[in-house]
Design a protein around this ligand. Structure first.
Ligand code: GDP
Length: 442
């Protein structure tokens, strides 16, 4: 995830503050100098950094704060509040229009992730709000763009309206008419991009806007391009008066400067973030949660939401029952691994837990590999063996190891661990039963 370097440096500045029982103005200024450097190194816009540090310093050097019982905590709170402001305050979303369909025009440079994220966004509304979205292919210059939209649309089971290489304004209009006629309540217009901003592109987008009057115009910018993304946002906003930004590729090692500068420079908020190449890798943007992540304080709310989205409650109850009956098999174990994997890379999840530092994250990469090995071993077994691993003899173990390209020791290790786990759950189950009996007896 973006911001790793920034988090590390801000945490180190805070650690120094926390180490002192009393704070002086000079202590705060030292810490602010470090944070200023950290922001600049993260590629935050120079003026934005300057204003941010000024705002924090003014508040944090106030005598009341310095003389309070926990001055370091107060300073951290001020930084947190200012970060939330910088990231957009309360958070903004696409508003559903009173009369359907809600028309969302997607814009952005080529390669920013516009097509993919138009589909992801449509998918998000379909899944979380049970909307009926329609994707409309208005990028008529790149024949591959229409096909690409159809491919992602098919994967998400969202229909795509297209008229080949016609006039984009006409296609947008017809697309919306098609949505009205067929009961689609949201329309996402995938407009054309260019490698660089040019007048022809802007004119075309302005024409579409004037003709179809979209309710929302969302600009997709690539977080990896840093301040360029902010400049692009500024130009698009001046031409189109966008509603907000969808910042893609936040999963990469972008330093985070674009995300921290875009609201202050353009006045327009980040509404959604793209967090990976998969079609469900999109999240509404929460400034408070992101500030918390940047300050190394985790993001437990997002973690819980991810768990709720990816874990099937009925299945979880069944698994718990199986466990307490001592009937938990390797097939169940494999299913659980899949659900954990759906939540995203382990290091991202760990990053959302308060207090987890960068060193722990490096360990998580190894665990991702171990998880892959475990899956491969289970998949190389027969269904019968997964239900009852005690039937696996030496020659089968060798075959299983060969089947997944691993050593027999790894197969043994997994089987031992699984055996220990089963024993433990059986023991727990019998303890529970005994406790219940005792309760019932009195
Ligand atoms: P367009 O030219 O703006 O329509 O861009 P595309 O939608 O074709 O995306 C360009 C590339 O970026 C594709 O390879 C996408 O898979 C990738 N991409 C889009 N969004 C994200 C994201 O949030 N994270 C990552 N890692 N890749 C993304």
């Amino acid at each position: 995830m973006a911001f790793e370097g920034l988090t590390e440096k801000i945490s180190s500045a805070f650690k120094k503050l926390r180490g002192q029982t009393r704070l002086t103005e000079a202590d705060v200024k030292d810490a602010m100098r470090e944070i200023r450097l950290a922001l600049l190194e993260a590629d935050v816009n120079f003026k934005v950094t300057k204003d941010f540090i000024k705002a924090v310093t003014e508040q944090a050097t106030d005598a009341e704060i310095l003389e309070s019982l926990s001055p370091a905590q107060q300073v951290i709170k001020i930084v947190n509040d200012e970060l939330i402001k910088l990231l957009g305050g309360k958070g903004a979303r696409i508003t559903i229009a009173p009369n359907p369909p809600t028309i969302v025009m997607m814009a952005g440079l080529q390669g920013s992730g516009k097509t993919t994220n138009a589909a992801k966004l449509a998918g998000l509304f379909k899944k979380q709000q049970q909307r009926r979205p329609l994707l409309v292919a208005c990028d008529v210059y790149r024949p591959a763009a229409i096909d690409q939209l159809k491919v992602v649309g098919r994967q998400l089971d969202i229909p795509v309206f297209e008229m080949g290489q016609g006039d984009p304004v006409e296609i947008a209009k017809q697309g919306i008419a098609h949505a009205r006629k067929n009961g689609y309540d949201m329309v996402f217009l995938d407009t054309a991009g260019r490698l660089h901003i040019d007048e022809a592109l802007m004119d075309e987008l302005k024409n579409i806007k004037a003709e179809v009057k979209p309710h929302e115009i969302l600009l997709v910018v690539d977080a990896m391009t840093g301040q360029d993304a902010v400049n692009v946002a500024k130009v698009f906003d001046e031409a189109l008066d966008i509603s907000g930004v969808l910042m893609s590729k936040m999963d990469g090692d972008a330093r985070g400067g674009a995300a921290l500068s875009v609201k202050a420079v353009t006045g327009k908020p980040i509404m959604y973030i793209g967090t990976g190449e998969k079609l469900d890798n999109i999240e509404p943007f929460h400034p408070d949660r992101m500030a918390s992540r940047i300050l190394g304080m985790g993001d437990v709310l997002t973690l819980i939401e991810k768990a709720q989205q990816n874990f099937d409650e009925k299945q979880a109850i069944q698994t718990a029952k199986k466990m307490s009956a001592g009937k938990f098999t390797l097939t169940d174990f494999y299913d659980q691994l899949q659900q954990i994997k759906n939540m995203g890379p382990l290091e991202d999840m760990l990053g959302m837990i308060p207090g987890v530092d960068a060193k722990a994250l490096a360990g998580a990469q190894v665990d991702n590999k171990a998880m892959g090995h475990t899956e491969a071993i289970i998949l190389s077994m027969t269904p019968k063996e997964r239900e009852n691993p005690s039937i696996i003899n030496y020659s089968r173990k060798k075959r299983i190891a060969n089947g997944c390209g691993l050593k027999i020791e790894e197969v043994n290790k997994l089987l031992k661990q699984f055996d220990a786990m089963q024993k433990m759950t059986k023991q727990l189950a019998s303890m529970q039963k005994r406790a219940k009996k005792r309760k019932g007896g009195f």
